[in-house]
Design a protein around this ligand. Structure first.
Ligand code: XUL
Ligand code: CO
Length: 438
C-alpha cells in the first residue's frame, strides 16, 4: 500500500487567528475548561465506516474514491490496510477514540462462522494498534442492516432463523467490544420497523425486540462488560417507520421491558431533525429521563429530508445542545463520534482531515461558549425566577403526595390572574447564546 496520508503532518492547535486549513483554531485538547481538559469533555471519536470503508457510492452511481487503503492483494489484506490507515489517521488527527461496525474492520464473509473468524483476526490486530497508539474504543456495533437477509429486520424479523443470525452477530461483536475495552456497545436498529403494516405484526415485533434486548443485556452482565448498551433513535430511513423513533419513544419502550436503567441512547442531531426535534431537545429529554449515553455529531441539510451525514459546523445549534450536556454533568461513558462523511466529490485524503478538523473546532467553540454561558448563568437564573412559585406554600401543597384534584381545585384563586403574566424573554435569552459565540 502506498503511504495513505503522505505529506500530511500531525494536526496542531494554532489558535483562532490561524488560517492554516490543517490546524485547529479552537480545539486545544489540553486546555482546561470548566475543570477538565477539552479532550476529556468532548471525547472525540472517528468512525471506520464513513471515513475508511465508504468509496463514495450513492444510489445513482459507483464510488469515485480511490483511497490508498481500498486496494490490496486479497480481501484480508485490504481489511488490514484499512485498519492501518485508520490508526494512522487517528494519530495524525490526534483524536483519542474510534468506533466500528463488525464488518467495517474485517473482510467480507459468506457464513457467520467465517465472519466470526475474520472478526477475531481483526480484533487481535486492533488490540495491538490500540496499545501502540493509545487510541481507545468508544463503541462497537454489529451491522445488521446491509446484508440482504436483514431486509425485513433484525431482532424484529418475522423469520426466527434471521433473528438467530442477528443475535449471533451481536454476541460476537459485543464480545469483541468487551475485549477491546469499549466504553459502550451501540444498537442502531437500522431495519427494526416496517414499510407497510399490511405485512407487519407490529405487536409481535415489539415484543420480540424487548425479549431480545433483555437477552443482550443479560449477556453483557454475564461477560462482565462494564460499558453501556445504547440504542440510537432514528424515525425513518431506511424503513418508513422505525421503532426507535426518538428518545422519548425509546424510553417508553425500555420502560415497558424493564430496561430503562440498563439501556441508554446514542443521539444524532440529524436523526433529531428527521423526527421533527432539535438536537438540544433530544439531549434535554435524555437527561430528564436519565438515559443520556453518547452522541453521533453529524448534521443533515435543512433543504431536504435526507440523512446526509454531514460534518456539523452549526456552532449555534451545537452550543444549545452542549449547554444541556455540560450543565447535566457531561459525558460519562459517551463521547462525540463523527458519524459524518465528506461529500462525494471530496476525493482527496486531505478532505477527510478538513471534515474532522472543522467538526472538532465547532465542538470546541461550542464548549468554550458553554463555559461563558455557565459563568454568569443568566439562563439558569432566568429559569429559577420563572419556576420560583413552586417553592411557595401553594406550590408545595399542589405537589404534596396526598393532595387530590379536589383539594387542588379548591385552592384556585377565585379571580382572573390577569396581570400575572411575565415575559418569556426569548429574544433576551437567544441574544445571550449569540453573545457567547461572538
Ligand atoms: C445510521 C447511523 C449509523 C449508526 C451506527 O443513520 O447513524 O451509522 O450510527 O450503525
Ligand atoms: Co449514527
Amino acid at each position: 500500500m502506498t503511504e495513505p496520508f503522505e505529506g500530511i503532518e500531525p494536526v496542531r492547535y494554532e489558535g483562532p487567528q490561524s488560517t492554516n486549513p490543517m490546524a485547529f483554531r479552537h480545539y486545544d485538547k489540553d486546555r482546561v475548561v470548566l475543570g477538565k481538559r477539552m479532550e476529556e469533555h468532548l471525547r472525540p471519536a472517528v468512525c471506520f465506516w464513513h471515513t475508511f470503508c465508504w468509496d463514495g457510492f450513492d444510489i445513482f452511481g459507483g464510488g469515485p474514491f480511490s483511497r490508498a487503503w481500498h486496494a490490496g492483494s486479497s480481501p484480508a489484506e485490504i481489511a488490514r490496510a484499512r485498519r492501518a490507515a485508520a490508526f494512522e489517521f487517528f494519530s495524525k488527527l490526534g483524536t483519542p477514540l474510534h468506533c466500528f461496525h463488525d464488518i467495517d474492520v474485517c473482510e467480507p464473509s459468506d457464513t457467520p462462522d467465517a465472519r466470526a473468524q475474520n472478526l477475531a483476526v481483526a480484533v487481535d490486530d486492533l488490540e495491538h494498534r490500540q496499545a501502540e497508539t493509545g487510541v481507545r474504543l468508544l463503541w462497537g456495533t454489529a451491522n445488521l442492516f446491509s446484508h440482504p437477509r436483514y431486509a425485513a429486520g433484525e431482532l424484529t424479523n418475522p423469520d426466527p432463523e434471521v433473528t438467530a443470525c442477528a443475535l449471533r452477530q451481536v454476541r460476537d461483536c459485543l464480545d469483541a467490544t468487551h475485549r477491546l475495552g469499549g466504553a459502550n456497545y451501540v444498537l442502531w436498529g437500522g431495519r427494526e420497523g416496517y414499510d407497510t403494516l399490511l405485512n407487519t405484526d407490529l405487536k409481535t415485533e415489539l415484543d420480540h425486540f424487548g425479549r431480545f434486548l433483555n437477552m443482550i443485556v443479560e449477556h453483557k452482565h454475564r461477560i462482565g462488560f462494564k460499558g453501556k448498551i445504547l440504542i440510537e433513535p432514528k424515525p425513518h430511513e431506511p424503513m418508513y417507520d422505525q421503532y426507535d423513533f426518538d428518545t422519548a419513544t425509546v424510553f417508553g419502550f425500555l420502560k415497558n421491558h424493564g430496561l430503562e436503567s440498563e439501556v441508554h441512547v446514542n443521539i444524532e442531531p440529524n436523526h433529531a431533525t428527521l423526527a421533527g426535534h432539535s438536537f438540544a431537545h433530544e439531549l434535554a429529554t435524555a437527561n430528564a429521563l436519565g438515559i443520556m449515553g453518547s452522541i453521533d455529531i453529524n448534521s443533515g441539510n435543512y433543504q431536504n429530508g435526507w440523512d446526509t451525514d454531514q460534518f456539523n459546523l452549526d456552532t449555534r445549534d451545537i452550543t444549545l445542545a452542549m449547554y444541556e450536556l455540560i450543565r447535566a454533568g457531561g459525558f460519562d461513558t459517551g463521547g462525540f463520534n463523527f458519524d459524518a462523511k465528506v461529500r462525494r466529490q471530496s476525493i482527496d485524503a486531505a478532505d477527510l482531515f478538513h471534515g474532522h478538523i472543522g467538526g472538532l473546532d465547532a465542538l470546541a467553540k461550542a464548549l468554550l461558549a458553554t463555559e461563558t454561558l455557565l459563568g454568569q448563568d443568566e439562563i439558569s437564573a432566568n429559569s429559577a425566577r420563572r419556576y420560583a412559585g413552586w417553592d411557595s406554600a401553594l406550590g408545595k401543597i399542589l405537589l404534596a403526595p396526598g393532595t387530590s384534584l379536589g383539594d387542588a381545585a379548591d385552592l384556585a384563586a377565585n379571580q382572573g390572574l390577569d396581570g400575572r403574566q411575565v415575559s418569556g424573554s426569548q429574544e433576551y435569552l437567544e441574544n445571550i447564546i449569540k453573545r457567547a459565540l461572538d
